[in-house]
Ligand binder design. Structure first.
Ligand code: ZN
Ligand code: ZN
Ligand code: ZN
Length: 494
């Protein structure tokens, strides 16, 4: 183990050791405290930036008025408790993001295959995986691949030039990791402002699309909107993703359910006459119809924002039905992966809010991304566009929506999955599988009132040395998990 190796290697005198190694030695020096500290790190799921708290948990028995301290950080190393940061983004915290990804996977899969409180019959409901894209704001370098062949980026006639004298054609067959992907062919021709506005309006466009979808389904079934709402429901989960050009697009899973007007929680098979073709057609109509008015500003007339012409719809089949088709697992995998991403594909420097115009020049991002941040900043200063809060969301290129959202009845919630995990961890700590309260009685929420008081001490590990110890423990835990998975996989079937 790294810490022990360092400890035994006493050839260097303490003054020669780097501050990192000194901090590691200090943490690992007291074996008991170190073991407890390691246990805390493990409990955060090896979070790379945990929150440090000080405080107590007390249990009060209302029947007797007795108060018992069940936990205090006083006995903990440094008098603090480490709590996972819970960040969903892989660029911020790989461990918490991995937990989030797994939860997102189970949430999406349950909505497609059943489980977590949903009947397995949902697998037979009409289900479609859709990708909604932004319209074009100008030519950008693009990888055009179809069936294994890569085509030229933008074929155009020889000598064709834009008003700025730049060539319109690009005959490159771009590789997947080409840094030019998403870059405008002419930055001057590119409508960065239009794209920033579109990103800002995309969440509203999505909302209107879901309304238009319900109406389209009602119309196709010959029902009024009220009749449709009584009998059926569109459940969905959606995630946002940035394309290389910096425009947001959405991946969404739609499921059509039947509804019991007397029991809003029931998820029933869809009403007669509802097929996956109907759902597909209605999504197309809704995407076609939905639009949001962008207010006029500085002489630019008000215009309607709508989806781009590229709408990709794919029917989700029951697992095993046809291996070529999209299965619940594959869709859940896709959605969960996108749910842990933010703007990192566009440059890690976009991790934080922008407070001054001068900050934008210093950002370590591709030029076309900087142009979009500038567009957000400038439009954000216009009173007509105040409602879009573009300066506040300039680091998101104008997008201020949630990265992952779902309709209420799609499936379980991330909160419920988190609570289930905590309850499971608690059961594991309990005697004979029964969690006990401060009086040694089987836990009962009605019998005991739990009073917690926490003070925020700081965030992140105290020293670089401790951070290093935590990260190497995380790497070891990941390795062990991988080995365990591999053993499970290669185990002969019973
Ligand atoms: Zn974390
Ligand atoms: Zn190109
Ligand atoms: Zn141009």
């Amino acid at each position: 183990m790294a810490a022990a190796t360092v400890e035994r290697d006493q050839t260097a005198t303490p003054s020669e050791l780097s501050p990192v190694v000194r901090a590691m030695l200090k943490r690992a020096g007291d074996a008991k405290a170190y073991a407890r500290w390691q246990a805390q790190v493990a409990q955060t799921g090896y979070c790379s930036h945990p929150v440090r708290l000080a405080g107590t948990v007390e249990a009060a028995d209302p029947a007797t008025g007795e108060l018992r301290t069940t936990y205090s950080t006083e006995t903990e190393p440094d008098g603090t408790l480490l709590v996972a940061c819970g960040n969903r983004r892989a660029s911020r915290c790989p461990s918490c993001s991995e937990t989030y990804r797994r939860d997102a996977f189970h949430l999406v899969r349950a909505g497609l295959a059943g489980g977590k409180g949903l009947p397995e019959t949902v697998a037979a409901h009409p289900r479609v995986f859709a990708t909604f894209t932004a319209p074009s704001f100008g030519r950008v370098h693009t990888r055009r691949a179809r069936g294994g062949t890569v085509h030229p980026c933008h074929p155009a006639r020889l000598g064709e030039r834009c008003p700025h004298g730049r060539r319109l054609a690009c005959w490159h067959k771009h590789e997947q990791d080409d840094a030019r992907l998403g870059e405008p062919i002419c930055p001057c021709c590119y409508d960065a402002q239009g794209q920033a506005l579109w990103n800002a309006i995309a969440p509203e466009l999505w909302r209107r699309t879901t309304i238009a979808l319900r109406r389209a389904l009602a119309r196709e079934l010959g029902l009024t909107n009220e009749q449709f709402a009584q009998r059926a429901r569109v459940a969905y989960v959606k995630v946002a993703e940035y394309q290389a050009r910096g425009a947001v697009h959405f991946h969404a899973v739609f499921r059509l359910d039947g509804r019991d007007p007397a029991d809003p929680t029931a998820v029933l098979p869809p009403p007669d006459g509802v097929s996956v073709d109907l759902l597909e057609r209605a999504i197309r109509m809704a995407a076609e119809r939905a639009r949001v008015l962008v207010p006029s500003f500085a002489g630019v007339p008000a215009r309607a924002a709508r989806w781009g012409p590229q709408l990709d719809l794919r029917v989700i089949r029951a697992t095993g039905e046809d291996s070529e088709e999209l299965s619940a697992e594959r869709v859940a995998g896709y959605v969960a992966k996108y749910a842990t991403k933010g703007t990192e594909g566009l440059g890690a420097a976009l991790d934080q809010r922008i407070h001054h115009r001068a900050q934008i020049e210093r950002l370590d991002v591709p030029e076309h991304v900087r142009e979009l941040v500038v567009a957000c900043w400038e439009l954000g200063g216009r009173p007509e566009l105040r409602g879009l809060r573009l300066r506040q969301w300039a680091h998101m290129l104008g997008f201020r929506g949630h990265f992952a959202t779902k309709s209420r009845r799609y499936s379980t919630t991330m909160g419920a999955l988190r609570r289930a995990r905590v309850a499971f961890a608690k059961r594991r700590r309990a005697r004979d599988g029964v969690p006990l309260d401060a009086w040694g009685r089987p836990e009962d929420d009605d019998q005991v009132v739990v009073v917690t008081s926490w003070v925020y001490v700081g965030s992140g590990y105290v020293t670089e040395g401790e951070r290093w110890l935590a990260l190497s423990a995380a790497a070891r835990a990941r390795e062990q998990r991988a080995v365990a998975r591999e053993e499970l996989r290669t185990m002969p079937a019973a």
